[in-house]
Design a protein around this ligand. Structure first.
Ligand code: SIN
Length: 306
């Protein structure tokens, strides 16, 4: 049986490597009876069509970023996009590995999707052709964003103009000057070669980028119990592996970026971070209704419980 897993990033990223690990585990444990075919780099489907492809059964498993569930009817997932909600990976884990994370995954059943778990990439940073360390630096900039209302509101709060583009279109849009900057963890910045078209990366660490592993429900429930268990276990192990390497992948990418000397790297000071945080605070009140007051309260409590 062929199981198609599609994602939009490069192979040498936390998600790309976790997908490969899943593939290898399934291959060895099923003795080749089950075969996972991984389509990386939006080769099969991209941001515009992957969710629909999954719902139609044209692909069995996806790993979209959590930011991409809002536009298909799950705005509560956009809580992960709230700027400065998470102080570190442990505060993310209190949601993704806790009851709140499970409740979120269960919601996906409403659209015939099975949520199988979470995978980290890491913390996002701002890139452009000048430093982006404090709110004035963003004024008038066209910033590429994922299709998330929260991220768009964050950019507006900073004085920038958000431009929603598919991940696979982002580098080209930066190169052509269609947009001036963007945000991503360093692993995505580096593997998409955005450093060739962005002169400055500011290590703002203002938001989180992670993924949900989702399967087509008809496919998943149609599997014999043994195969379903095998796939669930292999995916669980691949996600643990992905979460373990996400920091090192981002560190490696940052080291490679420094070595390349193509992009200036900036670190905001404490006063600049405080100003950024204050400036984006209205996003919380402005979008509480969209995310849901209850989800927002629970997310804040879990994230800040440590
Ligand atoms: C991804 O990491 O899957 C893509 C993130 C983005 O669209 O910025």
């Amino acid at each position: 049986m062929i199981i198609r897993l599609s994602h939009v990033v490069a192979e040498d990223t936390p998600k790309g490597l976790a997908a490969r690990r899943f593939q290898a585990l399934v291959q060895s444990r099923s003795g080749g009876r089950l075969e996972v075919v991984v389509f990386a780099g939006a080769r099969l489907y991209g941001d515009h069509d992957e969710m629909q492809a999954l719902q139609l059964g044209a692909v069995e498993i996806l790993a979209p970023s959590l930011s991409k569930f809002g536009r298909i009817g799950f705005p509560e997932f956009e809580l992960f996009d709230l700027p400065y909600l998470f102080s570190d990976a442990a505060s993310v884990r209190r949601i993704t590995q806790g009851p709140l994370g499970q409740r979120l995954l269960q919601r996906l059943q409403r659209q015939q999707l099975v949520g199988l778990g979470y995978l980290d990439n890491g913390f996002k940073h701002m890139s452009g052709n000048h430093p982006l360390l404090q709110p004035e630096h963003f004024v008038g900039m066209r910033m590429r964003v994922q299709a998330s209302t929260v991220i768009a509101a964050q950019m507006r709060a900073l004085g920038a103009r958000p431009v929603t583009l598919a991940f696979s279109e982002t580098r080209r849009a930066l190169a052509l000057g269609v947009v001036d900057g963007t945000e991503n963890p360093v692993s995505n910045f580096w593997t998409q070669r955005m450093h060739e078209v962005q002169s400055d990366l500011s290590l703002s660490q203002h938001g989180y980028l992670g993924y949900a592993l989702v399967a087509n429900q008809r496919f998943w429930l149609g599997l014999p119990q043994d195969d379903r268990d095998l796939l669930r276990d292999a995916l669980g192990e691949a996600m643990v592996f992905g979460n373990q390497i996400s920091d090192t992948q981002n560190d490696k990418a940052l080291a490679a970026l420094r070595d390349s000397a193509s992009t200036r790297i900036h670190v905001p000071d404490a006063a600049q971070v405080a100003r950024m945080r204050r400036t984006v605070q209205p996003v919380y009140d402005g979008l509480a209704k969209r995310i849901g007051e209850g989800w927002l309260r629970d997310a804040r409590n879990a994230a800040q419980a440590g």
